[in-house]
Design a protein around this ligand. Structure first.
Ligand code: CTP
Length: 412
């Protein structure tokens, strides 16, 4: 997942990051930094072996907090109890074969092992070792025993290792994925925990012939940010995306489609289960009626071609009767003029509960820019104009409001 801008959804949350002695320990400095930038207070606990690979100072530099190494330090022998009790999540990365064995056995031979015993927070273990070591039955057995204790294993991935190419898994999962998994664990207490969210995103492409298409300039960024925000808030998220160069957000079930009709098909099933449906796609309203099977050749045309068009289905309208009772529907309106009048009309015509209105002429909003300036509309309420924010921040606000509307429905 991308970590940029002043987004700090995990303000006030505490993460214990256990670092053990593997070469991949250097990658975990990035994890500590990203978690800190996302607002979490990160307490790093390093084993003796970890300190052979990375110095505590690197972690102190990025977290702004003291690193814990010694169970017998002067600040109290009970530090493991305090760390374990205060943690909202404990993540061990990299987790060596040794720490897996000690965790599986419930040992208490260093500060990290005792912290694992003292905590009741979710524990993530991110193994990293040589692929032959990971494949050993003893390590596999320890990994299964860790799972039986309720710990979640994240990885390992397959890919290049410190020593040669691997035949099997052993590589630490990417730092971005670790951050996202920690986020998932933190999201377990989020406003959308246990909820399902469906997001449509990106443009659609409608074939003119096998090489040309009609489309639009949507990057998908707003929709992807919404999917990620909903996931951070604890939801199970399905993203149905038209062509976009963005990577699938970690943790989000992503279906890639090309045309409006494919998007509608991909939406049909998840929309019946979603508690919140967010229609953020910039769907092409029309498609060529009869796309050519072969490339249209300029020389064979008798002057400029005409391309007859047919209306595409409106995904928000077609899927409306399929939505679960009580689901919250969020739509978008991108307008070049009379923004609020057009937006209000779309809110009513399409039966949205929340409509996000954008002014297409605003240089700080719309397609291909990182920021957005939106106005939120709801039936029977005054519009709320938000300031210019990154699309991630806008997404947090929209998801937050959708969660409130959902809760409000259940209490009436
Ligand atoms: N929408 C959709 N399927 C379509 C067209 C629009 O699901 N075929 C959804 C969009 O995702 C958005 C909302 O409907 O949430 C409004 O989209 P917009 O393109 O602004 O409105 P249109 O209804 O297409 O109206 P117009 O293009 O005339 O402004």
């Amino acid at each position: 997942m991308r970590v940029d801008g002043p987004r700090a959804p995990w303000e006030g949350r505490r993460v214990v990051l256990g670092v053990t002695g593997g070469i991949a320990a250097y990658k975990v400095v990035q994890v500590a930094r990203d978690l800190t930038r996302l607002g979490a207070a990160v307490d790093v606990v390093m084993t003796r072996a970890a300190r052979e690979f990375v110095r505590p100072l690197s972690f102190e530099g990025v977290t702004g907090r003291a690193v814990y190494t010694d169970p017998f330090a002067a600040d109290g022998a009970a530090v493991h109890i305090r760390l374990g009790r205060e943690a909202d999540v404990v993540c061990v990365a990299p987790a060596t074969a040794d720490v897996l064995a000690r965790a599986a056995d419930g040992r208490s031979d260093d500060l990290l092992a005792t912290t694992l015993l003292a905590t009741r927070a979710p524990v993530l273990l991110c193994p990293a070792m040589n692929d032959r070591m990971w494949a050993h039955p003893a390590v596999q057995d320890n990994a299964r025993r860790c799972e039986a204790l309720g710990y979640t294993l994240v990885g390992p991935d397959q890919g290049a290792l410190a020593v040669g190419e691997a035949d099997g898994p052993g590589r630490l999962v990417e730092p971005g994925e670790i951050v996202a998994r920690v986020g998932r664990a933190l999201g377990a207490a989020g406003p959308l925990a246990g909820r399902r969210v469906l997001v449509t995103a990106g443009p659609t492409r409608e074939a003119v012939d096998p090489v040309r298409y009609l489309g639009n300039r949507s990057s998908g960024r707003m929709g992807y940010a919404l999917a990620e925000a909903a996931w951070l808030a604890g939801a199970d998220v399905t993203l149905v995306s038209g062509p976009s160069s963005l990577p699938a957000p970690v943790g989000v079930t992503t279906h890639r489609v090309e045309t409006a009709r494919e998007m509608l098909e991909a939406v049909r099933e998840p929309v019946t289960r979603a508690d919140v449906v967010i229609y953020a796609a910039a769907v092409a309203d029309f498609r060529p009626s009869d796309p050519a099977d072969a490339k249209m050749k300029r020389r064979e045309l008798d002057g400029p071609p005409t391309v007859p068009l047919t209306a595409n289905p409106d995904i928000s309208v077609e899927s409306r009767p399929l939505r679960k009772e009580g689901a919250v529907a969020v739509g978008f309106a991108l307008e070049t003029h009379d923004l609020l009048d057009h937006a209000r009309a779309k809110l009513e015509e399409k039966g949205f509960d929340l409509l996000v209105a954008n002014d297409a002429g605003d240089p700080e909003a719309g397609f291909e820019v990182e920021t957005n300036r939106v106005t939120l509309l709801e039936p029977r309420a005054e519009p709320t104009a938000l300031p210019v924010l990154t699309k991630e921040r806008v997404a947090d606000r929209i998801v937050g409001r959708a969660a409130e509307l959902l809760r409000g429905r259940e209490h009436t």
